[in-house]
Design a binder for this molecule. Structure first.
Ligand code: HEC
Length: 165
């Protein structure tokens, strides 16, 4: 499955499922599309693999060395996220936490996971979607979004974003 398909599938709501079903019966296809733009918005911003994240703005000045979990982390913000001045991040913001192995010189080794926050504006988890990806095959790996969100509420003053505090 392509990254795009993954993001699309993940973003499907009851409404968009209805719209898709409607799309199979030509008579009401157009009407459904025009009447409810919400599924489009959601699928557009559903957290897929964060293509090209390495060229985004790095949010950490120094590598984040975590001896406890044996890793080095780097954080990236897409251009939409960079438009935030204060308050909530705008819909379309994508933040990436890249997890690297900690090599024996204390430096970042291979990237083994990407943890991704995407601002969709949906009600749950403060409007953020939390997902994790394998950077090798670009597929989603299982992660409990509730657990991500629970820890990130500690940064609630900065809309759940630790590095923006
Ligand atoms: C136990 C607490 C905890 C959990 C659970 C957690 N995070 Fe984080 N996350 C952090 C902290 C702390 C940072 C700041 C950077 C650092 O120290 O690693 C962070 C940073 C991030 C960032 C960069 C934006 C920011 O907040 O600075 C993203 C993206 C992210 N995490 C995604 C996730 C996802 C997705 C999950 C679940 C798969 C997750 N996190 C689970 C604590 C947590």
């Amino acid at each position: 499955m392509s990254d795009r398909a993954l993001g699309f599938r993940r973003g499907l709501t009851a409404v968009s499922v209805a719209a898709l079903a409607a799309a199979c019966s030509p008579g009401i296809k157009k009407k459904e599309k025009v009447e409810d733009p919400t599924p489009l918005l959601e699928t557009q911003f559903a957290a897929g693999f964060p293509k090209g994240y390495e060229s985004w703005k790095r949010a950490n000045a120094q590598p984040i060395v975590r001896a406890d979990t044996n890793e080095v982390r780097h954080l990236y913000y897409n251009s939409k996220a960079m438009t935030r001045t204060k308050g909530p991040f705008p819909v379309g913001s994508v933040l990436v936490k890249a997890h690297h192995t900690l090599d024996k010189n204390g430096k970042a080794g291979a990237t083994f996971q990407l943890s991704v926050m995407t601002k969709t504006g949906e009600k749950q988890n403060g409007g953020w979607q939390y997902r994790a990806f394998n950077p090798g095959n670009k597929q989603e790996v299982s992660a409990d979004a509730e657990v991500c969100a629970l820890c990130h509420t500690q940064a609630q003053k900065a809309d759940g974003v630790f590095s923006a505090q």
